[in-house]
Write a protein that binds this ligand. Structure first.
Ligand SMILES: [Zn+2]
Ligand SMILES: [Zn+2]
Length: 183
């Protein structure tokens, strides 16, 4: 996942590739914790545009992951995709001191990636994009009913009578109050 600066022509370079999650160390770590998180290959589409020593990258990616719903605890698969932009900028060496100039920028936040020796290393920034796109609180669907807090049944599968019972009890209690008052 390295690109030579020379490979990017004046009209830019479009680059599409797919890889397994275990091509990416960060994703391989995640896979170790969850059972089979990534269920499909990762497909990246990139367009790189060079302007002097600066390279702007417009990219997108897509893959599928297996998740567990936080409401109903059912396993489900979800497409994870995202668009991103990155800016590659060379690390500038001070020729007098041989020290690398540190720019006062929060490199990560601005999507800035440093490169040296005219080689762009895409591995780290690309796997970071995937990790950031993973859902933190997965839901199988927006309208997931979850589990009944009383009996634990999956309310997406079958409505239970717990809520109705609760309502009936309240109603009876209210009705009782009214009767008491009218006496
Ligand atoms: Zn659910
Ligand atoms: Zn119930």
């Amino acid at each position: 996942m390295r690109l030579d600066l020379k490979d990017i022509g004046d009209s830019g370079l479009s680059w599409e590739f797919s890889g397994e999650f275990d091509d990416f160390p960060l994703l391989l770590d995640l896979q170790g914790q969850e059972e089979q998180l990534f269920t499909d290959r990762l497909v990246f589409k990139l367009h790189l545009q060079k302007s002097g020593q600066i390279v702007e990258v417009d990219g997108s990616f897509a893959t599928w992951v297996a998740l567990t719903c936080g409401h109903c605890l059912q396993p489900f698969e979800q497409r994870v995709a995202g668009d991103f932009t990155l800016t590659f900028t060379p690390l500038i060496k001070d020729s007098a001191t041989d020290e690398v100039e540190e720019l006062e920028l929060d490199a990560d936040e601005l999507g800035i990636v440093y490169y040296k020796d005219e080689i762009l290393d895409l591995l780290q920034p690309l796997q970071e994009q995937v990790v950031m796109a993973l859902p933190i609180a997965p839901l199988c669907s927006e309208g997931c009913q979850g589990l009944c807090l009383e009996c634990g049944c999956d309310l997406n599968e079958e409505p239970c009578t717990c809520e109705k019972k609760l309502f009936d009890n309240k109603f009876t209690a209210l009705a009782g109050l009214k009767l008491d008052r009218s006496d």
